[in-house]
Design a protein around this ligand. Structure first.
Ligand SMILES: N[C@@H](CCC(=O)N[C@@H](CS)C(=O)NCC(=O)O)C(=O)O
Length: 341
């Protein structure tokens, strides 16, 4: 069995036994093509992303697309936040394109949701994109080549990296001096090391806590999650703006989707109620600082996240809080809230 890249995926060893014992174990993405390889040259207006906004892995790629100035040259389709139900003829738990669907939570269709506008088949399900390639995978995000009609990649960590590497050739509207370099060579090994900690204890750790049905697994994930929040809080205590220093990099981009979801969703849904991000002054100001970067607020929707995470929870009702000190995501525009805690 190939050694997992621990910054991107978790060990698959004894996966059936671990899952049977109640541990949530995330599978590994099978499509690992790359823009820049022979069959996928970097060109403007050629590539497309299929995402669900409640998915934190998709959030990585919508963030990269926006902050790298690629929103005009890489098109995007957004699946409905709730997957198919048990009575769906094609099966349960499948990502669907259903822009007319009306969630009880909003009482109106979700403006971000779209049909499949890229494959030329107007597929109802993401699964159909994979079936065309003889695969039984069904996950999002999917980076798709509109010219060849093929899936390039379904691994968010690698999609973020290739968009950063080829941003100019892919048609970024940002001049180089105004475009962040998410993976500067000089910081590469430090970024990889911190990515590994954050992937295992925060990004995937949240699922290990919230989706595992074994108390010991949950407790270990809970402890590691808050240990890492403490580590990051201390790391930011020297006044640095971002995790690697003055510049926003990939490690900030990969931490943000989890902390953005923590107070309004994970605190309840993943039973990570040890503390709010608001209780960590440096981390709170960092979260607000990232939220203030052009393109970041538009990269996601808390409504989609709430419908996706709570709509499939124990009784399907959507948690409305927090309301104090104020509602979310408005609170992310108020770094000073941490002063009053
Ligand atoms: N390693 C993948 C994970 C993607 C993933 O797990 N996506 C979830 C949504 S949050 C999904 O579609 N799961 C359905 C499935 O895997 O069948 C990545 O980072 O892109």
């Amino acid at each position: 069995m190939t050694q997992p890249n621990t910054a991107t995926e978790e060990s698959q060893a004894d996966i059936d036994a671990r899952r049977a014992s109640g541990e949530f174990v995330r599978g590994v993405s099978g499509f690992r093509g790359a823009i820049g390889a022979d069959d996928f040259p970097p060109e403007p207006n050629r590539y497309h992303l299929y995402v669900a906004l409640n998915c934190p892995w998709c959030h990585r790629v919508t963030l990269a697309r926006n902050v790298l100035g690629l929103a005009d040259s890489i098109t995007l389709n957004v699946a409905f936040p709730s997957r198919t139900d048990a009575d769906d003829p094609s099966g349960e738990n499948l990502w669907q394109f259903a822009p007319d669907k009306v969630p009880a939570y909003t009482g109106h269709p979700l403006p971000e949701c779209t049909l499949d506008t890229a494959s030329g088949h107007n597929f109802r399900l993401v699964k159909s994109l994979y079936e065309r390639e003889g695969s039984d995978e069904k996950s999002v995000p999917v980076l798709f080549d509109k010219q060849s009609g093929r899936i390039v990649s379904n691994e968010s960590a690698e999609i973020v990296r290739m968009l950063n590497t080829h941003a100019a050739a892919l048609g970024s509207h940002l001049p180089e001096h105004a475009r962040p370099d998410l993976y500067p060579a000089a910081l590469a090994s430090d970024i990889d090391a911190l990515n590994t900690l954050i992937f295992n204890t925060i990004n995937n750790g949240a699922y290990k806590a919230g989706f595992s049905s074994d108390q010991a697994v949950y407790a270990a994930a809970f402890e590691q999650y808050f240990d890492t929040l403490n580590t990051l809080e201390n790391r930011l205590s020297d006044g640095r703006a971002f995790l690697m220093g003055d510049a926003f990099t990939e490690v900030d981009l990969r931490l943000y989707p989890t902390l953005y979801r923590h107070d309004p969703i994970y605190y309840v849904r993943m039973k990570l109620n040890g503390a709010r991000v608001l209780d960590y002054p440096n981390l709170w100001r960092w979260l607000c600082r990232v939220y203030a970067i052009p393109g970041v607020p538009e990269s996601n929707s808390l409504d989609h996240c709430k419908i996706g995470y709570f709509g499939r929870s124990w009784n399907g009702t959507i948690a409305l809080g927090p309301i104090l000190p104020m509602g979310y995501p408005e609170a992310y525009q108020h770094p000073a809230l941490a002063d009053d805690v």
